[in-house]
Design a protein around this ligand. Structure first.
Ligand code: AMP
Ligand code: GLY
Length: 436
């Protein structure tokens, strides 16, 4: 079968890598891909948000399946357009993708379906929102309604910060039309965990849990990023809590979508905040997480194409997900200065030595190939991924690989997975052991 993967990040490299392991897949194109996907598939220079060109490529190339990584093409209706053209596509329709593409929709959806979440109110009027802030002191969270490349949720520790965030979103319109409306939400404390589930329109079957590391620097300090690393499985929810997540989050979401006439097919992402044996949903996303996918997919023992087909055919009940009895860690290596200003175009060395280590795979994100060299080309550059029989082993292996890879202004966190080790009651490796 011929598969087209849409996207250019580490998640899409991981998806391509997992699809390549399927016996069923003969050929993969990635649009637009990166320096890593170029090595294992064919990159085609079509942007992930160029819906007409993606549909045209899928039709003219007679692709059997399109797998969509990022939220933007989903929100723009790529799945709807591919379906209309008779091509199978894995992901929700534009209407179902509103669970991520509109925070106002998502909040109302959670409330209507009894899904536990933070108290919140939605506004399309600046003065009304400002009034609400006066009655609800900081800490508080202000979220632009629309997609804002992961930057649309602003956690405000002081009232002044909250007023400034509201002004920037609604008056200065720093996120454009995504800021026409805002959600103002109660600040929640606790540990975040990502629940990803395969969804077939009726059922949602959770994968192993993962934990992202959103802050740029060690100890969860510094600005929020797209994600600086991840590990799976994350020991955050016990079996009873996971059962509650299925009963109170995943199933109501699937039923709510069906009632709206837009059954949810694809991957459903629930970001939870866990506090003292309880949890609430911070956000839904309409796709795999990045970098969660990089830590989860290497442990999936099923043929990914078979799972995807079961989702598309509404028969996920026939599939039992099987996971390697391993832990997997993904350490993101980024350009110095990310998520703000950074330089690109540096040559990356040591990739082959690192990839030669056993049970290591290096997922590329912001890279490009120039003849036989690999150059940095984005904020998040690589997701260095390793697995071992336990989390400690996976952390050590991943950092062993990280230490072999160099470019002039590389930046990475040295504590990916540490929260999981603490949770398991294990000592965290000393920092100096992880630094180059
Ligand atoms: P979102 O765009 O809704 O995914 O939020 C992005 C990040 O902001 C989350 O992963 C959290 O780290 C943080 N966040 C969002 N909502 C809240 C909240 N109500 N309380 C505390 N932190 C939050
Ligand atoms: N890792 C967070 C996200 O993919 O949205």
């Amino acid at each position: 079968m011929k598969v087209l993967v849409v996207g250019s990040g580490g998640r899409e490299h991981a998806l391509t890598w997992a699809l390549r392991r399927s016996k069923r897949v003969k050929q993969i194109h990635v649009a637009p891909g990166n320096g890593g996907t170029a090595e294992i598939a064919t990159n085609v220079p079509i942007a992930a948000d160029d819906i007409p060109a993606l549909v045209a490529h899928a039709v003219s190339g007679r692709f059997d399946l399109v797998v969509i990584g990022p939220e933007v093409p989903l929100a723009l209706g790529l799945v709807d357009r591919l379906q209309a053209a008779g091509i199978r596509a894995f992901g929700p329709t534009a209407q179902a993708a509103q669970i991520e593409s509109s925070k106002v929709f998502s909040k109302a959806f959670m409330r209507e379906n009894g899904i536990p979440t933070a108290e919140a109110a939605a506004f399309d009027d600046y003065d009304a929102a400002l009034c609400y802030l006066e009655a609800h002191p900081a800490p508080i969270v202000i979220k632009a309604d629309g997609l804002a490349a992961g930057k649309g949720a602003i956690v405000c520790q002081t009232d002044a910060e909250a007023r400034k965030a509201l002004y920037r979103i609604m008056k200065q319109r720093v996120f454009g039309r995504a800021g026409d409306r805002v959600v103002i939400e109660e600040f929640l404390r606790g540990q975040e965990v990502t629940v990803l589930a395969f969804a077939d329109g009726v059922r949602a079957v959770p994968m192993i849990l993962a934990q992202d590391h959103k802050a740029a620097w060690d100890g969860d300090r510094g600005p929020n990023t797209g994600g600086m690393g991840s590990y799976a499985p994350a020991p955050i929810l016990d079996a009873a809590m996971l059962e509650r997540v299925e009963r109170q989050v995943l199933q109501p979401a699937m039923e709510g979508m069906r009632r709206l006439g837009t059954p949810y097919v694809g991957v459903l992402y629930a970001g939870l905040m866990v506090t003292d044996g309880d949890f609430r949903v911070l956000e839904f996303n309409c796709r795999f997480g990045d970098p969660e996918a990089q830590a989860i997919l290497p442990l999936l023992e099923n043929d990914l194409v078979e799972v995807i087909e079961a989702c598309l055919e509404g028969r996920l009940d026939e599939v039992t997900l099987r996971w390697a009895n391993r832990s997997c860690v993904c350490v993101v290596m980024a350009s110095g200065g990310y998520p703000d200003q950074y330089q690109t175009g540096y040559e990356i060395t040591g990739l082959e030595e690192a990839a030669d280590l056993e049970d290591v795979v290096i997922f590329h994100a912001g890279t490009r190939r120039e003849r036989d060299r690999v150059l940095t080309a984005g904020g998040r550059v690589l997701g260095v991924t390793a697995w071992a029989k336990d989390l400690r082993g996976a952390v050590e292996r991943a950092y062993q690989a990280v230490r072999l890879i160099h470019w002039p202004d590389v930046m990475y966190r040295t504590d990916i997975g540490a929260k999981g080790l603490l949770r398991e009651g294990q000592p965290v490796p000393p920092k100096e052991a992880q630094e180059r």
